[in-house]
Design a protein around this ligand. Structure first.
Ligand code: ZN
Length: 194
């Protein structure tokens, strides 16, 4: 950690080695430019690079992700399945709103890119996007399977993109709807989802 940049330059960012998200560091104005005062951290998964020596003595960078809520034994109250297949867990204290703020986006922004939201407060509620890349569909399927295996499913309330109201679906109906979504490609610009 010894970076910095000059006035007029763009703040350096790095790609997260864990999830590919945008990693940012804190910089401090020192009068002639900016010096880096914190390690880079991924704005999505929270990973940071760690520098250590390999067995052959060279410095290598390894991105380390902090443990997920379930790995810490916390109660998971929701999931965000990103369009690239990354899955983020949410908890009562670190809910979806905290996640969106960290990602600098909103639910509609995420849905418009092909991400899906699963919440579990008083039963499961699911928001599906209008299209879902294949990677996201597979990740979604894995989450559903995991919830299923833990026997905590019930009838989820599913809201399809562009519909005002949702409806309860069985797991089979839900998976059929997801399978039927066009796969599309992630959009470059956000389109509002009603
Ligand atoms: Zn990351």
């Amino acid at each position: 950690m010894s970076g910095g940049y000059c006035y007029g330059e763009v703040e350096p960012r790095e790609a997260c080695g864990c999830c590919g998200g945008e990693a940012r560091a804190e910089f401090c104005d020192v009068g002639v430019g900016y010096v880096q005062v914190s390690e880079f951290a991924c704005t999505e998964c929270g990973a940071s690079p760690e520098h250590r020596r390999s067995a052959t003595g060279e410095w290598i960078v390894e991105w380390i992700r902090p443990p997920s809520p379930s790995e810490c034994g916390m109660r998971v109250t929701g999931y965000l399945v990103r369009e690239n297949g990354n899955v983020f867990e949410t908890t009562f204290d670190e809910d979806h709103q905290v996640l969106y703020a960290r990602m600098n986006t909103s639910l509609s922004g995420l849905l418009s890119r092909g991400a899906a939201r699963i919440t579990n407060l008083e039963g499961y509620a699911i928001d599906l996007p209008a299209f879902m890349p294949a990677k996201a569909k597979r990740a979604f399927g894995r989450v559903v399977k995991q919830i299923d295996a833990e026997g905590r499913w019930g009838l989820p309330y599913v809201k399809m993109a562009a519909s005002t109201f949702g409806r309860e679906m069985t797991r089979a109906e839900l998976m059929a709807e997801v399978a039927g979504l066009p796969e599309g490609e992630a959009l470059e610009t956000e389109v509002p989802v009603p």
